[in-house]
Design a protein around this ligand. Structure first.
Ligand code: ADP
Length: 484
């Protein structure tokens, strides 16, 4: 199949969270299966030193696009990914993507991704590439389905193209004031936008994608069920319910080339299920590196997360200090985000020196070290579309403690101490008592060495590889094609 994917992120070059991991792994797996997958991402300033060696492409240089009263010049470069032969296409437009971060708070944020969306379509046109599937990801590229039905509807190149929108997180919808409409060039299709929103002075990019994509997917079956209801649907549940069979949940996979302790090059010692001695080394080195009191017998809990409300950190910052006063354990936190959480973890580190370590920032190597060195991994999310770290944790023999929601519920199985089955601890209610129960239970089970060992082994044997999940996407893509 011919598949064009457009995304704001692509790991490891441009990533703030799971979106980047998923697009990179899914596209490369599609490519390995023999599909012609072409991914377009912005050529952010931070990618310039990534060693991608981007090359200009004939016919895709010195292009321009009118965006309202602004004429934007851009070109598309082709890069080769290290260790693979899938081409990665980079949208070069310094005035939009030459900024420090991937996302910005500036007034033209919507335009940065309108350009990406339209450039993905125009890239296909100039390459004479007729995709069977145009795969859009999150709000940034969610206008593509409507563009295909309006501005570019004249082009028979797209006669057999079906659009798929994957929602990686419905909490980010791309809502902009209605004046942006004048910059979208929707070729008279403005009446296709949600009219009640327009009356209220708003345009919602993700909502528009849900209305016009041929298929909408999200990143786990449980999250797909949850966002059909008002509690998790963030105002879009009604539209999702209307999609019926045209809305499906597929669990994300794990890229075990990157995330497997037996060959992970970023961790201090490699190990596997048969010999866990390397894990003990990782724990010791991690504790030393972070200034924690080194004690092999004391359980170490890890957190790697964007520090935002979704991740359940309000519970952590109230429950953990209480528990630390009465139970011996250590905590290693890596993340950045809202200052209220950054400040809370910095204060916790200060108060419990040697027992709590907080590393503020984004650090790929430390994320791997924590997965390998911690005994338990904490993800008490309020909601979690899929979540990747709990699946990484399983492979690293690091027992996940998670809230039973979204992809966490689909990938972690409750421990039964009587039979030794299960892979982690799940708690249901999003409240302090729920989290406290989960932590106390985990710390209690940890004392039973044989049982704990068995649970680690159970998790390490689970397989969430992309091979299986990619096949699901391919099935859906084929079904879409045959429905024409
Ligand atoms: P989300 O997409 O909501 O952030 P996921 O669990 O799906 O959550 O994906 C998070 C990804 O980002 C994981 O690969 C995780 O290791 C990584 N990550 C998050 N925060 C950091 C950080 N501070 N440093 C390094 N990696 C991080």
């Amino acid at each position: 199949m011919r598949i064009c994917m457009a995304s704001a992120e692509f790991a490891p070059f441009a990533k703030t969270g799971g979106l980047g991991d998923v697009v990179a792994a899914l596209s490369q797996n599609l490519h390995q299966l023999g599909h012609d997958a072409r991914v377009l991402i912005p050529y952010y300033a931070r990618i310039r030193n990534a060693g991608l060696d981007p090359q200009p492409i004939d016919n895709l240089a010195d292009m321009h696009m009118q965006l309202g009263d602004r004429m934007v010049r851009y070109s598309i470069l082709q890069a080769s990914l290290p260790g693979g032969d899938m081409p990665l296409f980079l949208l070069h437009c310094p005035e939009f993507y030459g900024r420090t971060g991937i996302y910005s708070q500036e007034d033209d944020e919507f335009l940065r991704f309108v350009l990406l969306s339209r450039a993905a379509i125009e890239m296909c046109q100039r390459m004479g590439f007729a995709p069977h599937i145009m795969h859009c990801n999150d709000w940034q590229t969610a206008l593509i389905p409507l563009y295909l039905r309006s501005t570019y509807a004249w082009d028979t190149l797209f006669a057999d193209t079906r659009s798929v929108l994957t929602i990686h997180n419905i909490g980010y919808q791309g809502m902009f004031p209605a004046w942006v409409l004048g910059r979208l060039h929707l070729a008279g299709a403005e009446h296709h936008l949600h009219q009640d929103d327009l009356k209220e002075g708003v345009i919602n990019f993700l909502k528009t994608g849900i209305m016009y994509a041929d298929l909408v997917t999200t990143v786990s079956p449980t999250y797909a069920r949850e966002i059909l209801g008002a509690e998790y649907g963030m105002g879009l549940d009604h539209l999702l319910r209307q999609r019926g069979q045209g809305f499906v949940g597929i669990l994300n996979g794990v890229d075990y080339n990157e995330w497997d302790p037996s060959h992970d090059e970023l961790i201090p010692a490699n190990y596997g299920a048969e010999d866990l001695s390397g894990k003990a080394t990782c724990k010791r080195k991690l504790m030393q590196e972070l200034g924690l009191r080194v004690d092999a017998g004391r359980p170490l809990i890890g957190i790697v997360s964007r520090l935002v409300g979704q991740k359940g950190l309000d519970l952590v910052r109230t429950v953990v200090p209480r528990l630390l006063l009465r139970t011996p354990f250590s905590l290693a936190v890596l993340g950045s985000g809202a200052s209220r959480y950054e400040d809370a973890f910095a204060a916790l580190e200060n108060h419990f020196r040697g027992q709590v370590a907080f590393f503020r920032g984004y650090n790929e190597k430390l994320a791997h070290w924590i997965e390998a060195g911690a005994d338990m991994f904490l993800m008490p999310s309020r909601y979690e579309p899929c979540g990747l770290n709990q699946m990484y944790s399983l492979r690293y023999g690091t027992v996940p403690i998670v809230r039973e929601t979204g992809g966490l519920a689909d990938s972690v199985e409750q421990i039964d101490p009587d039979t030794g089955s299960g892979t982690g601890i799940l708690f249901r209610d999003y409240d302090e008592a729920g989290l406290e129960w989960a932590l106390v239970t985990a710390l209690g089970l940890y004392r039973d060495e044989d049982l704990w060992h068995k649970i680690m082994q159970n998790g390490m044997a689970r397989d969430f590889s992309w091979q299986t999940q990619t096949a699901r996407y391919v099935d859906l893509f084929r079904q879409l094609g045959s429905r024409q």
